[in-house]
Design a protein around this ligand. Structure first.
Ligand code: OAD
Length: 244
């Protein structure tokens, strides 16, 4: 099986945690996943952070530390090759915060849920900045640039938590790509359980413009029937062959 791509095809790719699984990054909802043993609201919501910033920072510091030595895999690299073929007829929307697409070389990309290796201030408007530090368990880091305004403010990971809005411009860019593509759109979802909106709505948007949808996933997720084509298997194994 191959995805038909000609010189008018526009490809919108949506990736989730499954694409990084073979690189050694745990997914969220599979057995042994990141949410197992965690109250999602406690570690991934603004309310959870307000209640216990140390707990939240412990969770994300552990995830930062766990990225040591992790490299992109064949699926990330296949998407870079596809982007080189298609140029501006390609857009990658990722829910992943692990930075592996950028490490592989993807450029036409929107990070829907932020980035694990960035922090931002909870109060001042300084730009989110690169931060790979895995803080000690008893440390919730402070901004350091808020001091002039009294008490220093907490830093937080530059992650979009449950109940928060996506970064400015992210949905606009995806919607503009979908409407420009129209019937020429191929939507390709990879390694995502399709449970989290707005990403989960992209398959509907594709149908509405008359495009074609593909899903590459290890197991059949609950929304699989919404896709025109479903390929079951590990992404690093299945994807390169689908895109030749
Ligand atoms: P999930 O953990 O919900 O789903 C990962 C999907 O990848 C599952 O359907 C697996 O079957 C599949 N999978 C596992 N290994 C795979 C492999 N090697 N190849 C292909 N597929 C594989 O992760 P997401 O869908 O990314 O949000 O979760 C969406 C969002 O919910 C995340 O961005 C995160 C989470 O809570 C926030 O943290 C805000």
């Amino acid at each position: 099986m191959r995805i038909a791509i000609d010189n008018s095809t526009h490809v919108l790719v949506l990736t989730g945690a499954g694409i990084s699984a073979e690189s050694g990054v745990p997914t969220f909802r599979d057995a042994g996943g990141l949410w197992e043993g965690h109250d999602v609201t406690a570690v991934a919501s603004p309310e959870g952070f307000e209640a216990d910033p140390l707990l939240v920072w412990r969770f994300y510091s552990q995830r930062r530390a766990a990225m040591t030595g992790i490299e992109p895999n064949a699926a990330h690299r296949a998407l870079v090759e596809l982007e080189h073929r298609l140029g501006d007829r390609f857009l990658l929307a990722t829910q992943n915060v692990d930075g592996l697409h950028a490490a592989a070389g993807s450029e036409r990309m929107v990070e829907m849920h932020g980035g694990l290796m960035r922090s931002r201030c909870t109060r001042c408007d300084r730009h989110p900045f690169a931060d790979t530090t895995a803080y000690k368990p008893n440390v919730a880091p402070l901004c350091g640039q808020c001091r002039g305004r009294g008490v220093d403010a907490l830093l937080r990971p530059d992650i979009v938590w449950f109940g928060e809005r996506l970064p400015a411009g992210v949905l606009d860019r995806i919607e503009a790509f979908v409407s420009t593509a129209g019937r020429r759109l191929v939507f390709l979802a990879i390694g995502t359980s399709g449970l989290v909106h707005p990403a989960a709505g992209l398959v509907d948007a594709t149908r509405q413009v008359g495009g074609t949808s593909w899903l590459v996933n290890l197991e059949r997720p609950a929304n699989a029937s919404q896709f025109d084509h479903v390929v079951l298997g590990p992404a690093a194994h299945e994807l390169p062959g689908l895109l030749v």
